[in-house]
Design a protein around this ligand. Structure first.
Ligand code: DLZ
Length: 208
């Protein structure tokens, strides 16, 4: 019997949406697959490449601050470069995206040209991969990051999609990025996060 888990597949039109992806760089192979999955689903939903901004941070612990700055930075006035406005030294050259054909051919990740002040993001996808080690580090980061990301979306009203894998083993992480080592490659959860971003961004403004 096939699995009953997962969301039902509604289709949304993302052609008018602007979405940011903020990802950690720890566990890069898995991150790369998840970010690819999210970007490809955004595109399938019609989100334009110029309206997809990808930023990276060192680790998952840095995701909440970066998401919060990305949301705030896209709402401030014209006049400065986005990097200045964000107060973060984002550098797209450090993103794993740069190593993939998707980036070098068509995907515009340049943060300062893409982050248009006064063009707020309709949703942010926070992507990280936490894999349990031998200390309590994993538990502390999982707990603080999930609470902080929830608080940002509730406080700002901008949907923040929880794209943080909290895996007990390397294999769990690989399978949830669709690149499992066994016969079953698993499912790429990045695709679900892309779809969730478009759905939340589409509906969010209409619930008030
Ligand atoms: C330090 C650390 C460790 C041990 N493991 C991970 C991990 O599995 N996934 C991840 O995204 N980040 C990890 N980090 C880095 C922290 O998130 C953070 O970047 C550092 O503690 C600096 O604040």
């Amino acid at each position: 019997m096939s699995s009953i888990k997962g969301p039902s597949a509604n289709q949304y039109d993302g052609s008018a949406l602007r979405i940011a992806i903020v990802h950690a760089r720890w566990n890069e192979t898995v991150i790369d697959a998840l970010v690819d999955g999210a970007v490809s689903k955004l595109r399938k939903c019609g989100v334009k490449d110029t309206n997809i901004v990808v930023q990276s941070v060192p680790g998952s612990f840095e995701l909440p601050l970066a998401c919060s700055k990305v949301i705030a930075g896209s709402r401030v006035q014209h006049g400065s470069s986005a990097g200045d406005l964000l107060g973060l030294n984002f550098d797209s050259s450090t993103s794993p995206r740069n190593k993939l054909p998707i980036v070098t051919s068509t995907f515009n990740i340049a943060p300062t040209s893409n982050l248009v002040p006064n063009a707020p993001f309709d949703a942010v996808i926070a992507i990280g991969v936490l894999i349990k080690g031998s200390t309590m580090h994993f538990e502390y980061i999982c707990d603080s990051v999930s609470h902080a990301l929830m608080k940002i979306q509730v406080d700002t009203g901008v949907p923040v999609i929880f794209g943080v894998l909290t895996a007990l083993t390397d294999d769990q992480a690989l399978e949830r990025a669709g690149i499992g080592r066994g016969e079953n490659k698993g499912h790429n959860h990045g695709e679900d996060w892309g779809l969730a971003a478009v759905e939340m961004a589409t509906h969010c403004g209409h619930w008030a």
